[in-house]
Design a protein around this ligand. Structure first.
Ligand SMILES: Cc1ncc(C[n+]2csc(CCOP(=O)(O)OP(=O)(O)O)c2C)c(N)n1
Ligand code: SF4
Length: 280
């Protein structure tokens, strides 16, 4: 007899199993997102029909295929403008963008920059597995310096992006870094992000055992997961300056920014009303 999982009602179960490799961290992240949504829906602060997902291309962005909500799987790097377009015409929607570090910080880097600058009313969840997973383990802007990838066989010579600092500097209302190794905290961050106006950015350290872990010497998904867990440093309300992102010094997780400035949609509506001759 098939046993129903408590989250089945939020999943397109006909699409399961997922395309992810066994032991991939992305399943853990999907569970956290769905549990956070479930809490919001049960308490009445979100309506299920007003939740939408958008993702570009990559193993992480592919996540948008599984939740049983309105969702769009768009071209690589362009999920943010797609989601913002939806939000402008349907402001009642809570748009969640899910993508990898390549999708959001590399090819989508320009879009994330301007979405944050606008404090666009989106929840952006960037799954950071430190490489391009789907295409074969190439170096990403998030790859820690020195590490082997398939395109940096002598080690990555580049400085890695600390996207927490970028999001904080450009004025996002909420900036957090979580990890699939610390799920109650991650679920709480996503829950919080879902309740914010303006841009809520959650970077999620995730594991790609297949094309990152194996290549740097971790033979099993558990080995990589345990290694990441050791390198994660949990801090309560750390400052942005404390947001270390480094293979050697560790990866600081926590809530770095939590403010409540008006979001882009509110401001846009004010200007639209002014343009139409309203009091504005
Ligand atoms: C315009 C365009 N350029 C390049 C690609 C090839 N491509 C597909 S996924 C991907 C990178 C994915 O990396 P990331 O976003 O980190 O996701 P992951 O697979 O690691 O979750 C690339 C370069 C593409 N599909 N479209
Ligand atoms: S390639 Fe990596 S990120 Fe993609 S599904 Fe496999 S383990 Fe996950």
């Amino acid at each position: 007899m098939a046993v129903a999982h408590p989250l089945d009602r939020y999943l397109r179960t006909d699409r399961l199993p997922t395309m992810w490799c066994p032991g991939c961290g992305l399943g853990i992240l999907l569970g956290c997102i769905l549990r956070a949504l479930d809490r919001r829906i049960r308490e009445g602060s979100l309506r299920r029909e007003n939740v939408g997902f958008a993702g570009g291309i990559g193993c992480s962005a592919r996540m948008t295929l599984y939740p049983y909500f309105d969702s769009a799987h768009v071209i690589h790097g362009r999920a943010i403008p797609f989601a913002l377009g939806v939000k402008i015409v349907k402001p009642e929607m809570k748009m969640i963008v899910v993508g990898g570090d390549g999708d959001i910080a590399a090819i989508g880097g320009n879009h994330i920059l301007h979405a944050i600058r606008r404090n666009a009313d989106l929840v952006v969840i960037m799954a950071n597995n430190m490489i391009y997973g789907m295409t074969g383990g190439q170096q990403a802007p998030t790859t820690p310096r020195g590490l082997y990838t398939t395109t940096t066989p002598y080690g990555n010579p580049e400085r890695e992006i600390n996207i927490v600092k970028l999001a904080a500097a450009l004025g996002a209302n909420y900036v957090a870094r979580g990890s699939v190794t610390h799920t109650p905290l991650l679920e709480q961050m996503i829950y919080k992000a879902l309740g914010k106006r303006g841009l809520a950015f959650v970077e999620v350290l995730s594991t790609c055992p297949e094309l990152f872990g194996r290549h740097i010497g971790f033979r099993s998904p558990v080995d990589l997961y345990s290694e990441l867990r050791k390198r994660v440093v949990v801090k309560t309300r750390p400052s942005v300056e404390e947001s270390d992102y480094s293979w050697e010094r560790g990866f600081v997780i926590g809530e770095f920014v939590d403010r409540d400035e008006p979001g882009f949609i509110e401001v846009l509506q004010e200007y639209t009303s002014r343009a139409r001759g309203g009091a504005g």
